[in-house]
Write a protein that binds this ligand. Sequence first.
Ligand code: DON
Length: 304
Amino acid sequence: MNYQAILNVIEKELANFDAGGKVPTYIPELAKVPANKFGLNLYCQNGEHFNFGDYDELFSIQSISKVFTLTLAKKFGGKKIWDRVDVEPSGDPFNSLLQLENEKGIPRNPFINAGSLVIADILISELENPKKYLLEFVRKISNDQTINYDESVAASEKENGYRNIALVNYMKSLGNIKNNAEDVLDFYFYQCSLKMSCYQLSKAFMIFANKGKILSTGEKVITTNNTKRINAIMQTCGFYDEAGEFSFRVGLPGKSGVGGGIVAVHPGQYSVAVWSPLLNEKGNSEKGMKALEELTSLTGLSIF
Ligand code: DON
């Protein structure tokens, strides 16, 4: 398969694609990012990689970080994490409060904000320094020591994070947050502020394409079973109330972030990250989705 030729076609075809949509203004620091950025990196099981555009530029990974924190929570929190967060699609926006009241403060899944805040709470209980641990983990699986948090993005979200503040306090009132609400928010805003490129993200996500093993070192960092489960949750919940649409159009497990990034995984084949900052109404990168739809259509390689 000539992946680079296919990527060149996608780049050309989408050069003038009008994605519509907006950059997120509720995190003012993200609203400053140029809307016309566009890049993609495909990382293959055999170690080859292919790309176009702004694939090497750092951006805010936002909710994509929820996959990394879930991975760590599975490692340290074991099975009992499922008593505190469910694995069902929510069909609601990523920051919705609605279902919590009827569902005893148990979020529908670990990828909506409520669920990831519970995961953050679990990591604070389990790890002495969760910020440091998470950063070291992401650096290790990406084989890249330069990856870091963006403190200005974390601060920008902290100043304006009314929805997440409400979610944490509401779940605390229902008994599903054990630590101090401010500590949970602080860790959560930091995890979301991780800045990575499409190249780094696709490399990191190879663990989900490679049965939990880091491609470059062969070290197994997630069990095969947990890799299966995390991919399943990406498939059913990775795009909030657009998870069905993403499955339908792209046919891969994946995760989006309001920084405009999307990562998707084809187990046993490749991992791919795309970045285009304009978001549709569901908070997902419209052009990113289109690029991935083209990728699985032109290669004929989706999991379905
Ligand atoms: O908590 C928030 O609202 C953001 N830090 C992350 C949301 C996000 O990335 C949703 N993804 N599409």
